[in-house]
Every structure is written in structure tokens, then in C-alpha cells.
Design a protein around this ligand. Structure first.
Ligand code: KG4
Ligand code: ZN
Length: 339
């Protein structure tokens, strides 16, 4: 079985074809970074229009790359995300499934980030899983008992980790998106150079990054913009370290508390080289079985959406409602009768 996955929740128009043994047969991602760079952030209306222009060519290219005239099923991101962009993906997916007379599966975006860890011939996920999904919109710590049965243990109370990277990059004049720019700059910086606060909040599984962001702002107001490459990379490395430490500390503490051996990290921020290196080392010391998709599959793509649809197709539970939902809840998402 071959599944076409469509992802349009934010600023990437993406389509991919994935076989039911998790092989990626095609993976096309059309990024809108250039379009939004001018505004140093995503403009929803511009994003919707760009998705409209791109969706047909991107789907055509994916089918062409996979050497396929029609797939056996279509999956799309039902939410959460920006309403306009979600609508474009939904209408495309629904129309194609109707034309091809094949099953249509609505996928939760976070579930896509979780199942990305199975892509490309990696071993099937072993449940129960403690998942950390870190992106531009989410920093969620999830206890996944089995596919579709999710308990959200904690989430960010303010900025998501990716959002904190993006805002810090803006303050340091590093452009958009900020995560990759800070990651690169931090490689030549000293992570201990500046002591930024870590909001560990031991009484909850929630995260908070607004204090860290404010601390950077106050430093820049007090001492001015960095005066050279050395200072700029030291600030980037120290800021990144504060985020990475908070993410790792809480994830591994939750794994211990709930006695979970399988840990998955996903979402755009999981592409961060420092987070990848540090959490691999820390998980190894704790004897955990850690899965992180390769960096190119951490950021938004259609393959993760197709992959997350596979278990659902196997259980015969396919979509009955097609309403996109910008704030689709994740708790027990796969148990819903309609999705
Ligand atoms: O999952 P994603 O592609 O889109 C959302 O669902 O939001 O995540 C995008 C986020 C952006 O905030 C971006 O700055 C961040 O992921 N990101 C990174 C890196 N690559 C992307 N953050 C830190 N380090 C990276 N290498
Ligand atoms: Zn995402």
C-alpha cells in the first residue's frame, strides 16, 4: 500500500508518498521562508495564498518522483495549525481521495512528528513512549500508551521552544527562521559564557521560555548588541544551552517517573545539533531507547503525515469528518470516533 501525505499546517507546502513498510518513495517540501523573511515571521494570509499556488505542483511532483499515477490512500494534516493553510490541504486531500475513490485519513500534526521516527526503514515504534515534540508552535511532553492513546503531561506555558529560538534570533539580527541560524552560530560559541535562567519548575511537567527570552532582551538593553562575532556566538550558544538543558532535564525526569524506556524526540527543534548530541548522551547514561528522526524529517514534511496514517488504515478507522481545527486537541486523539 502506498500513501500520499499532505502537510500544509504552517509555512511549508509538502507532499510525500510512503509505502506501508515505512519506505519514503517521494518527499517534496516547498518552503515559504523567502516569502516570510521580509516580515521576520509568518504572515497567515500570505501563507494561505502560497499554499494555494503550490499544492497542485507539489502533489504532482511527489507522485511523479514515486512513479505513481494514484496512491492507495490520502492523508492530510487536520490540525493544529493556521486555519487558511489547513483548509488548502484539506480541500486538496478530500478532492483527490474522492477522484481516486480511496480512503482519506485526517492526521494530528503532533502525531506526524511522533511517527516521523519510524520513517525510512527505522524500527517500528515500541510503546509505551515518552515523547517530546518541540516545534515552532509546540513544546509538548506526551505519554503515548499506544498509537492514538496519548496523555499530554506538560506543555509550554508561554513561548514554544522554536518560537523562543526565532524571537532570540530576531533580537540578535540573525533573520528567520531563527533555530537553524542560532544552531550554526552556537557551534563556535561558549555555552557557559552567559548564565541564562532555566525555568525548571519541578512541581509540573510544563515548560516556560518567556523568562529566558526576557533575560536576553534585558541583557541586550543593558549591554547593547553584541560587538563582534565572538560575543554573538557566545550569546547564541548560551541561549541554546538554556533551552536544551530544560528540555532534556524534564524529558528524562518524566521517563524515570513513569518508568518508560522508549523516548522519541520530534518536531523542528529536534533538528538542533546540540539537543541531539546532549540528549543522546544523557539517554544512553539512563539506559533509554531513544529515537530522533534525521534532521530533514524533524521539520514539517508530508512523509510524517503519511506514516502516522498507516496504523489508522490498518485498524480501518478512517476519517468521517473533514473540518480542519486550528487548535485540535491531542489528548487521546486517535480514540475519537471521527477524525
Ligand atoms: O516542526 P516545525 O517545522 O514547524 C512547526 O510545526 O512549528 O518547526 C519549526 C521550528 C521553527 O521555530 C525553527 O526555528 C525550529 O523549528 N528549528 C530549529 C532548528 N531547525 C528548525 N530550532 C533549533 N535548531 C534547529 N536546527
Ligand atoms: Zn511541525
Amino acid at each position: 500500500m502506498k500513501i500520499l501525505g499532505i502537510e500544509t499546517s504552517c509555512d511549508e507546502t509538502a507532499a510525500a508518498v510512503v509505502a506501508d513498510d515505512s519506505r519514503i518513495l517521494a518527499n517534496v517540501v516547498s518552503s515559504q521562508i523567502e516569502l516570510h523573511r521580509l516580515y521576520r515571521g509568518i504572515v497567515p494570509e500570505l501563507a494561505s495564498r502560497a499554499h494555494l499556488r503550490k499544492i497542485a505542483p507539489v502533489v504532482e511532483e511527489a507522485l511523479h518522483d514515486a512513479g505513481l499515477s494514484r496512491p492507495d490512500a490520502v492523508a492530510y494534516t487536520r490540525g493544529p495549525g493556521l486555519l487558511g493553510p489547513l483548509l488548502v490541504g484539506k480541500v486538496a486531500a478530500q478532492t483527490l481521495a474522492y477522484l481516486w475513490d480511496c480512503p482519506l485519513v485526517g492526521v494530528h500534526h503532533l502525531e506526524g512528528h511522533l511517527f516521523a521516527a519510524e520513517l525510512g526503514g527505522e524500527a517500528k515504534l515500541r510503546f509505551p513512549i515518552l515523547a517530546l515534540i518541540v516545534s515552532g508552535g509546540h513544546t509538548d511532553l506526551i505519554l503515548a500508551k499506544k498509537p492514538g492513546l496519548y496523555r499530554v503531561l506538560g506543555r509550554t506555558r508561554d513561548d514554544a521552544a522554536g518560537e523562543a529560538f526565532d524571537k532570540a534570533a530576531r533580537m540578535l539580527d540573525l533573520g528567520y527562521p531563527g533555530g537553524p541560524a542560532i544552531d550554526l552560530l552556537a557551534k563556535t560559541g561558549n555555552p557557559q559564557a552567559v548564565s541564562f535562567p532555566r525555568a525548571l519548575m519541578p512541581q509540573t511537567w510544563d515548560f516556560s521560555f518567556s523568562g529566558l527570552k526576557t533575560s536576553l532582551l534585558y541583557r541586550l538593553e543593558r549591554e547593547g548588541k553584541p560587538r563582534g562575532d565572538r560575543e554573538r556566538s557566545d550569546i547564541a550558544a548560551s541561549f541554546q544551552e538554556a533551552i536544551v538543558d530544560a528540555l532534556i532535564e524534564k524529558t528524562l525526569a518524566a521517563a524515570r517517573r513513569f518508568k518508560i524506556e522508549n523516548v522519541v524526540v520530534g518536531g523542528g527543534v529536534a533538528a538542533n545539533s546540540r539537543l541531539r548530541r546532549k540528549i543522546k548522551a544523557a539517554a544512553g547514561r539512563q539506559g533509554l531507547n531513544l529515537s530522533i528522526p534525521p534532521p530533514g524529517l524533524c521539520t514539517d514534511n508530508g512523509a510524517m503525515i503519511a506514516q502516522a496514517a498507516i496504523y489508522r488504515l490498518g485498524s480501518g478507522r478512517i476519517s468521517k469528518t473533514f473540518r480542519p481545527d486550528p487548535s485540535l486537541p491531542f489528548q487521546n486523539w486517535g480514540q475519537a470516533l471521527t477524525f
